[in-house]
Design a protein around this ligand. Structure first.
Ligand code: ADP
Ligand code: F6P
Length: 323
């Protein structure tokens, strides 16, 4: 019987479970024996394989996180680690692997693919920074979770006339900050893609009050040139001149822990099922993502070491609408 394995790697993302479920059930439907690998590449190196059938993945679609567990595994970046992973797969007679994860995880997929393993990547990270997909599993839910918090922060900010610096995740990418900023009606958005000096940001905040606003919500991407902490330090050092009543809120890992919404469940289901269909059709070596509404495979070599560009026209839109 044909065999395939599935793992989740890197930061967990809401929807990973729906992707695992789709791989397992489509896998079984197409005649594969399916194994789950626990704890990402760490478990691959350690040979932590568990057989999975349709009933093992029941009741997981609505849960955030990943039932298989995930890790950041430094050992896997080395040849030794990768060769040990391949040895473990061979010992289970598994020649196909689905890797559900973000940029780093797909660099790992590429490394294994170059060594002859059949690998299909599934684009999954809240950061939505992967080349090869318009949307990655988890980003939409992470945005919704953040919006709930920002909407609440605005209530208290407005009551006290305060500035809030709200730091959101996204690594080196400003996608989350931009969408959270626009959808929450933030006064200012700070991203890595459009670096701004603290003095420029202070002017934007002042301008919001001058336009009659009772608060200034500033969404700061964690990867921006000045993150929330750095900006707060600057504003504190110049408090006498700037006069901001300011608070900082770092949303942090709360953004990753939501129950997946319909967009992520659908995306994960389509990509997970397509991964099996790819193997079944004799294809591998690609990252599966969604482009213009269609499931699309992009060669892993074209995906790694590249960063998805932010549509900076969205920042202009945000600025115009913050009036
Ligand atoms: P994400 O996949 O969410 O971007 P990471 O960047 O932490 O998360 O990557 C997840 C894992 O992928 C790493 O812990 C490591 O095991 C593996 N990985 C990352 N970069 C590489 C690389 N260049 N080569 C091989 N494996 C890698
Ligand atoms: O890649 C997903 C992500 O949540 C990033 O947005 C963030 O920078 C990072 O993971 C946090 O990683 P960790 O969970 O290891 O602290």
């Amino acid at each position: 019987m044909k065999r395939l394995a599935v793992l989740t790697s890197g930061g967990d993302a809401p929807g990973m479970n729906a992707a695992i479920r789709a791989v397992v059930r489509m896998g079984v439907a197409r005649g594969f024996k399916v194994f789950g690998v626990r704890r990402g590449y760490t478990g691959l190196i350690a040979g932590e394989f568990v057989p999975l059938g349709p009933r093992d993945v029941g009741g997981i679609m609505e849960r955030g996180g990943t039932m298989l567990g995930t890790t950041r595994c430094a050992e896997f970046k080395s040849e030794v680690g990768q060769n040990e992973a391949l040895r473990q797969l061979r010992s289970y007679d598994i020649a196909r692997l689905v890797v559900i994860g973000g940029n780093g995880s797909q660099a790992g997929s590429h490394a294994l693919s170059c060594k002859g393993l059949g690998v299909v990547g599934v684009a999954s990270t809240i950061d939505n920074d992967l080349v090869g997909s318009d949307a990655t599993i988890g980003a939409a839910t992470a945005i919704d979770v953040a919006l709930e918090s920002v909407d609440r922060l605005r209530v208290t900010a407005s009551s006290l006339g305060r500035v809030f610096l709200v730091e959101v995740m996204g690594r080196e990418c400003g996608y989350l900050a931009t969408l959270i900023g626009i959808a929450s009606g933030a006064e200012v958005i700070v991203t890595p893609e459009v670096p701004a000096e603290p003095e420029e940001i202070a002017m934007d905040i002042h301008a919001a009050y001058e336009r009659g606003k009772s608060h200034a919500i500033t969404i700061v991407a964690e990867g921006a040139k000045y993150n929330a902490e750095a900006l707060a330090q600057y504003f504190q050092a110049h408090q006498a001149r700037l006069g901001f009543d300011l608070r900082v809120c770092r949303l942090g890992h709360v953004q990753r822990g939501g129950a997946p919404g319909v967009a992520d469940r659908m995306l994960a289901t389509r990509l997970g099922a397509a991964a099996v269909e790819h193997f079944d059709a004799g294809h591998d070596g690609v990252l599966l993502g969604i482009i213009d509404g269609k499931v699309t495979g992009t060669p892993l070599a074209e995906v790694i070491h590249r960063k998805r560009l932010l549509d900076t026209s969205l920042l202009e839109l945000a600025r115009a609408l913050a009036q």
